[in-house]
Design a protein. Sequence first.
Length: 262
Amino acid sequence: MKIALASPPFPSSIQDGLTWTEKLVKEAADKQAAIICFPESFIPGYPGMGYTPEERTPEKLKSALDRVCAIAAENKVAIVMPMDWHAAEGLLNVAFVIDANGEILGYQTKNQLDPTEDVMWVPGTTRSIFEIDGVKIGITICHEGFRYPESVRWAAQQDAKIVFFPHFVGSNTEGVLPTGWGSVESPYYEKAVMLRAMENTIFVGSSNYASKYPEAASSLIAPDGKCLVHGEYGKPGVVVAEIDLSLATGMLAKRFKNWLYA
């Protein structure tokens, strides 16, 4: 299976996000990718980045999701599209999974919010497994995967071969531009993604924005912790790599004795 990870810039509007979606999905399709993952809250964009409340109306978000489904079908590529989404309990941070026919398979909610996000979203309460081309996948969203490794272990124990890790870490206004993946001088995020793969013996595909000062690159990590490919810091684009699914045994995740910690 070929996996694509998108590193778009911050969208200036929903329409800008859809323009980048179409551009990067087409690039993934040209490289024969089966699935592409976008960063956290890509539509309409992570809160606090200049969007008006009107950008997050249920009607506009539903219309945007319909367009993403059409883009998936037009390019025959499955899409993991993180969005804000209105539900009965409030505004959720979710990641929709759309297959290559444009059909919505469902969404994963962000269940563990960063403390600063308590005023932005309400936390979800469920975990899900999805299947693309016969391959089971899981999703963990930003803080949830960085600080709560159980979210990835759960998916691996349900036979997920790959867990997608949409997130947002970095800034367009201040910081430093990293020079080497996993550098000791860099924040812990890339190292955490590596550990989520190693400690569960699965593939992990992370997707971050191409901000001016990103604190992590979009990265595809093998079950042994090796970084197979990563995006170029600060540069929008797509990275694609082919993975050997037989290596994703989930052995270490399945050896975990859940009952000791119940």
